[in-house]
Design a protein around this ligand. Structure first.
Ligand SMILES: CCCCCCCCCCCCCC(=O)SCCNC(=O)CCNC(=O)[C@H](O)C(C)(C)COP(=O)(O)OP(=O)(O)OC[C@H]1O[C@@H](n2cnc3c(N)ncnc32)[C@H](O)[C@@H]1OP(=O)(O)O
Length: 203
């Protein structure tokens, strides 16, 4: 097994953590998201900012230097909202089968640009739902090759929006997908994506 393939996602990873370890790690990532949001929303006094910085540094120190990425939990708890990774807002995937997926997500001010959601934050959610759809139902692992985004209307923060995705067609190793983010039936942002299933011997 090559070093690269050892690090590829696998549903076997679902057993990498015990239920108790998953719960405690998810709680840690939730607290990290809360801290990101609290810092974004705050305008602290100098002393409060220094104290909060010291507490956050203390937490980082407590966690130490970490483990190799083949052993980390962040981003690898596939069936948890947001995969236990604070990069994107947690995406709740309610349905996914071989051809379509449906989920919900709420962006907060941490992911805002000017009042509405940052244009660079929206692809995180499209990549997540289409990446899940591209690799689910026993399909070989695929990587994002191309994304095109159309920003039709601003996406509000602190508001739950729906996300839909579907496989449009498959040509050999290439999967063409589309996705949209909707509020009350109106498409706010849409995305076309190409995923390419990686070769047996990844280069
Ligand atoms: C499994 C358990 C996991 C479950 C949960 C997972 C959830 C995950 C959620 C998170 C998910 C996060 C997911 C992420 O974020 S993945 C991270 C972001 N993506 C990457 O880093 C990918 C980087 N690129 C590559 O690795 C390679 O270029 C790939 C693998 C994509 C192709 O290199 P490879 O050497 O294999 O293929 P090829 O070059 O022979 O090309 C093959 C065909 O594809 C066509 N082509 C290629 N590129 C493009 C392009 N840009 N536009 C249009 N077409 C393109 C090409 O013309 C050819 O077509 P044809 O001539 O045959 O017709």
């Amino acid at each position: 097994m090559s070093a690269d393939s050892r690090l590829l996602p696998s549903y076997a990873d679902l057993s990498i953590a015990s239920p108790a370890e998953r719960r405690s790690f998810n709680a840690l990532v939730d607290a990290l998201r809360d801290a990101q949001e609290a810092v974004t929303r705050s305008r602290p006094s100098e002393s409060a900012a220094r104290r909060a910085a010291a507490l956050l540094s203390e937490a980082a120190e407590l966690l130490g230097e970490g483990v190799p990425d083949s052993e980390q939990l962040a981003g690898r708890l596939w069936d948890e909202p947001g995969r236990a990774q604070a990069l994107a807002p947690p995406l709740y995937i309610d349905d996914v089968d071989g051809t379509s997926a449906r989920g919900r997500v709420t962006f907060s001010r941490f992911h805002a640009g000017v009042r509405t959601v940052h244009g660079g934050a929206l692809p995180l959610v499209f990549d997540e739902i289409m990446g899940r759809l591209a690799t689910t139902s026993g399909k070989p692992f695929a990587r994002t090759a191309h994304l095109t985004i159309d920003y039709r209307a601003g996406v509000p923060v602190d508001t739950e929006v729906e996300v839909f995705a579907r496989v449009k067609r498959v040509e050999g190793r290439k999967l063409f997908l589309s996705s949209e983010l909707c509020l009350d039936g109106t498409v706010l942002t849409e995305c076309q994506g190409l995923w390419v299933q990686i070769r047996e011997d990844p280069r």
